[in-house]
Design a protein around this ligand. Structure first.
Ligand code: SF4
Length: 331
């Protein structure tokens, strides 16, 4: 695990609502009964708490532009972080046409991560709800694997309305399973080192599968892969996606078999394992986009694909015909 002050970005998550519903979403969109919207006073407090943090500060969701006060939030970012090059935005393109000038005024193009999921062959997500504790019986090995988690090594700590967390997926899991919340949002929380955040690691990581090497299903399926233990938790939390049967119990034997040669020895790049060099879930897109341009499906069509209304074959046919005609639609 990395100390938090070594992260290049810390996220402020202003909502966990999104107009899309990707399978294996890192924020578990579709599983929450009601999305949160962080109020402006808390956004301000979150920004203040990061005073002195040497890295960048992300504006993240869900889909941040879905927040009804998105313009005011952008204004706060400009006021509290005077250096434009320290602000970053993650968006799936909601209201892009309406907000693009505001977005460009607030964020440098290279720090806008634009991902509208509009290519049916792009964006595979590692399943996050196959609890590693249900796969690896050897607890020493399990903790070694968790310690090398690629998400903690590569992504961000984050702030949600429930507090500050060492890992953005841990933050989302706290909302999903009605956890006790994170640390108080006060100045300097980001100075915590692994020995300071052991409590959060123990609470969230065992139920997560980010660190576990496995074959990665495509993210445009209408369901998530989950383990039996997490199925019980999702049922207990009355997850809408679960109650709509939009999940598959993962083939635990196959996952165990794939992980059976794992010895926990880190590989040459962050979060990798020597035993599974083919497993690289951080390479989930061929190209990073900073504005629309990738896709040939509309947001409505992407959503239809993700909810099972449109089949993957139909989506690919649609994309291919538009590609041939040179008429991109994914805006
Ligand atoms: S195992 Fe999951 S909760 Fe733990 S650090 Fe990795 S992504 Fe975060």
């Amino acid at each position: 695990m990395r100390p938090l002050n070594e992260m290049s970005v810390i996220q402020i998550e202003v909502t966990n609502g999104c107009h899309l519903q990707c399978a294996n979403c890192t924020r578990f969109v579709g599983h929450h009964r009601k999305p949160f919207y962080m109020d402006l006073a808390m956004v301000e407090r979150a920004l203040d708490s990061l005073e002195g943090f040497p890295g960048h500060i992300g504006l993240m969701g869900g889909e941040p532009a879905l927040h009804p006060q998105f313009p005011e939030i952008c204004e706060l970012y400009r006021k509290k972080i005077p250096q434009k090059e320290r602000r970053e935005l993650w968006t799936a393109g909601y209201k892009w046409e309406e907000y693009k000038e505001l977005i460009r005024e607030t964020f440098l193009e290279k720090y806008i991560a634009y991902n509208d999921h509009s290519d049916p062959d792009e964006g595979t997500h590692q399943p996050l709800l196959i609890a590693v504790e249900e796969v690896i019986d050897d607890r020493d090995l399990m903790w070694k694997v968790i310690d090398n988690c690629w998400i903690q090594q590569r992504w961000s700590a984050s702030i949600t309305p429930k507090g500050a967390f060492f890992c953005e997926v841990a933050a989302a899991q706290d909302h999903l399973f009605d956890g006790p919340g994170g640390w108080p949002i006060e100045k300097g929380w980001w100075k915590k080192t692994p020995s300071d955040f052991r409590d959060q690691v123990r609470r969230y990581c065992c139920r997560c599968s980010a660190a576990l090497p496995m074959a990665v299903p495509n993210n445009h399926e209408p369901y998530d892969f989950i383990s039996p233990g997490n199925a019980k938790r999702l049922e207990g939390s009355r997850s809408p996606k679960f109650l709509q049967s939009r999940y598959r119990i993962a083939d635990m034997e196959a996952i165990r078999r794939y992980a059976s040669t794992l010895d926990g020895i880190p590989g040459p790049v962050r979060g990798s394992f020597l035993s599974h060099p083919e497993w690289t879930p951080w390479n989930y897109r061929r190209q990073v986009w900073n504005a629309p341009g990738e896709g040939y499906l509309t947001a409505q069509e992407v959503r239809s694909l993700q909810t099972g209304v449109l089949s993957r074959e139909e989506a690919i046919r649609l994309r291919d015909s538009r590609m041939q005609a040179g008429t991109p639609e994914g805006r």
